[in-house]
Design a protein around this ligand. Sequence first.
Ligand code: S3P
Length: 426
Amino acid sequence: MDTIVSTATSLQGEITVPGDKSISHRAVMIGAISDGVTEITGFLGAADPLSTLSCINSLGIDHTIDREKLLIYGKGLYGLQKSATVLDAGNSGTTIRLLSGILAGQKFSTTISGDQYLMKRPMKRIIDPLTKMGARISATENLTAPLTIDGKYPLTAIDYELPIASAQVKSAILLAGLYADGITRVIEKETSRDHTERMLGLHSEHLNGRNIITVTGGKKISAHHFAVPGDPSSAAFFIVAGLIVPNSHIVIHDVGLNSTRTGFLSVLRQMNASIHIENERTIGGEVIGDVVVRSSELISNITLEGNIIPNIIDEIPILSVSAVFSSGTFTVRNAGDLRNKETDRIAALCSNLRTMGLDVNEYEDGFAFESKNKLVAGTFDSFDDHRIAMAFGIAALVLNGESKILNAECVSISFPSFWETILSLQ
Ligand code: S3P
């Protein structure tokens, strides 16, 4: 399905965005290996977390939906059963990588696969540490899915310094650490999202510029109530929309504001954005608040590189769009892992930015461009990547004329009601 988006003269209104994708995945997985019934409110019922739910169902864990609550009938750390079928992680990197950590500690073997895009994404990053812990994992020649994970119990506890900044790799090792014969430590030089350690109540310390997260094997998990906040990565699209569409005023309620996720707000504020947080509070260990946005004259001249990259990794597409409608230059470096996302996001961004008339320099680890006045509406390829579709859907609101977003239905991965939400603000 392609979607046509026309120029908007103003966006006004109060909205909520769907639940946090990272937290939804983790709530289901942690619920499955907890003792008792885990209650999840605000669960993101989008394709990616639903892949996680269907995988844990195949591993013998039931769920029910009771009004707004998702209930996961956990069977404890040792209660998963061998799946009769190959697990299907769909498009979801978080499903395959985090679940691999749990599967590494099982006494049975599991094969997990996914769609054509997931099968191209690198898995060496989890195969290496999980193999060190004692699991046997076979993959394709290119170290991509399908993965067959021959679990081992107990696994060997390890100290592991992450060679790349990745919350998915960190989380896979921490989940495997629950099945290890001692204390597993994950050391990260750059801070990545910390939901796993918060939700498991793990010890985390900041020492000599590194985060060290510790998990003790055999630590039983009792069932929790997880209240999933609105996804800041989804809110980011409407925050930028409110800034770049003239005469706009948008309030987004109940957005997750965990500091490992809100680097994009600091970047936008540096660009002179009018963004205010109201009603800030902490629910279930996560800070949430209402984000109030007004149209702003954005000024970029900004280089995003170094330690901030893991914090803004999912927001780089929409931050790029904010820079298109600012004055100045915009450079992203040290972000080579963007090439390993749902699509090669560096190539996808450069291609779509050029379609609107920008001169873009592409680097192996980023890209750079200078904003300019004469831009054109056009046909933007989503490359079947939800965040590319949404970023250019927002850009199309400011370009003069009608734009077309190809295969726009891929927003169902994280934000199924995205196109309706745009209309509701017009
Ligand atoms: C995620 C971590 C990030 C992010 C992804 C979700 C998570 O991936 O891009 O959308 O839930 O842990 P990496 O760990 O590969 O950076």
